[in-house]
Design a protein around this ligand. Sequence first.
Ligand SMILES: [Fe+2]
Ligand SMILES: [Fe+2]
Length: 171
Amino acid sequence: MDLNEIQDMIDHYGEEFVTVAHPIFSHTIYQIMKTIDHHDGSAYDHCLKVAYYAYRMAKRWDWHVEATIRGALLHDFHLYQFSKRPRRSVLLEGLRHTRNHPKHALANALLYWNISGKEKDIIENHMFPFSIPRCREAWLISFIDKYVAIWEYSVRAKRTFRAKTRLKRHR
Ligand SMILES: [Fe+2]
Ligand SMILES: [Fe+2]
């Protein structure tokens, strides 16, 4: 990541957020997240969005800002693209992914960073009700993740709908 990119991040997210997030998002391994499709964009964009919204709330309520940012950035650090195995039900495969990806994200995070107890809780338990968050920061990220995911899915649905209508008009 070059200095201009980091300056852009500071202009967009503010210095405090970038100071905490920078060692994670600028890491080569984390940059791979830019190539993993997730909802309407990439896993990188999704995690950054969740981390920023969660940070704003945590700051307002005087909660643990550092753990909130770091845990949120790493909550979907599973580094693979969800895809259904052949001849399996999409519902069961989706459930399997929902249950397992936080464990993969945590295992990956532990390979590259020192993860605190709060951060572990945030990553491991962000898929409530499949697991139960313990600290308030983990609850916060679990809810913000859902809010952001719904928003991203609706953007994707709108985009698909528009593309289909455009295609019909050209027939
Ligand atoms: Fe997730
Ligand atoms: Fe997520």
